[in-house]
Design a protein around this ligand. Sequence first.
Ligand code: NAD
Length: 501
Amino acid sequence: MSQTAKAANDTAEITLPTKGLSGQLIDGAWVEPAAGATLDVINPCRRSTITTIGAAGKQDVDAAVAAARAAFPSWRRMASRSRGALLTQLADRIAAHCEEIARVLAAETGNALRTQSRPEVMSAIEVLRYYGGTVAEQKGETLPLGPGLFSYTTREPLGVVAAIIPWNSPLVLAAVKIGMALGTGNTLVLKPAEDAPLAVIRIAELAADLFPKGVFNLVTGVGEVAGAALSAHPDVAKISFTGSVEVGKLVAHAAADRIARATLELGGKSPVIVYPDAATDGRIEGLAANIIAAMRFARQGQSCTAGSRLYIHKDVFEPVLKSVTARLAGMKIGDALDEETDIGAIINEERYSAVQAFLREAVDAGAEVVIGEVPPAAGENAGFFPKPTILKGLANDWRIVREEVFGPVLVAIPWTDEEEVIAWANDTHYGLAAYIFSHDVTTALNAAGRIDAGWLQINRAGGQIPGMSYGGIKQSGIGSEYSIEGALEAYTARKSVTVNL
Ligand code: NAD
């Protein structure tokens, strides 16, 4: 399919991939989907079609897996430091096209260029450089057993890895999967989400002639078709999935059917606990900024790690909420490509309606709107623009407090008793992230020890850090990413060799 498949006004402001709009990078070449299926990529801020790309069917998935399988034997034999050097080169190529990629990413995700999409490209570069520099640490152990007798272990790659990623931060998630899978000596078939495949296609274009043929393959397409075919493929040795709990369970079942390994990075409903001391001594403004950042309001709340349940000690509840509300009111909602924009658009109409349904239900049940509009004023939401909303006057067992809304909605609940607030924080089937705000070290560390979450931050609300293990517990997932230890654990198998000299 050519780039001219569908032109839209967006194309004047972004540079589309030139070779990769067929969506299928198989055995080093861009090919059309066998059945000729397509899908439209929409700009959620404008409701316009950016372009049309190819959509893989089972035949295309089979071809991609076959190419990855054929490339595996020689790729696994390459020295790990040489594989790392290629990851670093990919990072350099992305860095050379940083702005172009950030603009495509902003257009397709609705994530504002300045606050989200540019930083995401930088994170993707950082992640690839991290793995590029660390994959040579694929060390084993030696066990002396007596004179002339010893065992040693090696870390062996698994084979073909299928990586399936969502739309909310596609570039950095692609970088994580590429770094972990290829760095450890596996070959890869990567499937981006149907809503945001373009920036990932651009990365694949940059990678196409860098890696040996068949080492890095891409298939774009619908989850129920291409994603399901990949998950169930008998020659896929490991699935690395990031997405919803619902689909994660399907992927886990498909992997279990053939005893394939699966890493699952799933949803979250992360608590933010504010102790009274965090809002004293002139700290309230910094605290409010951190709460906005934890909530990922600048990504329309569409983040698995969004701190979406705000538990504030009752003594400081109103002043903290007032400060958060004032900051939120000052953030500009608008087109993701506009440099002034702080908050862009929700990814699609279905997600937009789902967020509204959560809000309506809570307000009908008596929740008080601190900031936001429920329902949105008529005509104001012609795009999928959200009104960032904070609700109070609700209880911990309401659906909006327990389930992942994946939109710019923060529920605020006052607390008095520490035992109770920690029980509330843990009263969910999720266990991804948590945020604790207290400058009393003992209080903060004790709370961190008692909260069920894979990643906790104390007096901070930033993103993942390369080198730090990141992953969920409970239904938020299995396995950890971002660190070399996580990569070795999840993408390699230990082999023991016993030697009698
Ligand atoms: P999703 O589960 O709907 O889709 C994720 C990916 O799975 C997409 O590529 C999709 O095409 C594919 N897919 C859909 N149906 C499939 C099937 N039957 N078999 C195989 N693949 C299939 O998720 P989403 O809506 O794209 O993303 C939002 C979710 O992702 C949220 O729940 C969010 O919390 C989660 N997420 C988690 C992390 C994390 O690190 N834990 C990071 C980002 C997003």
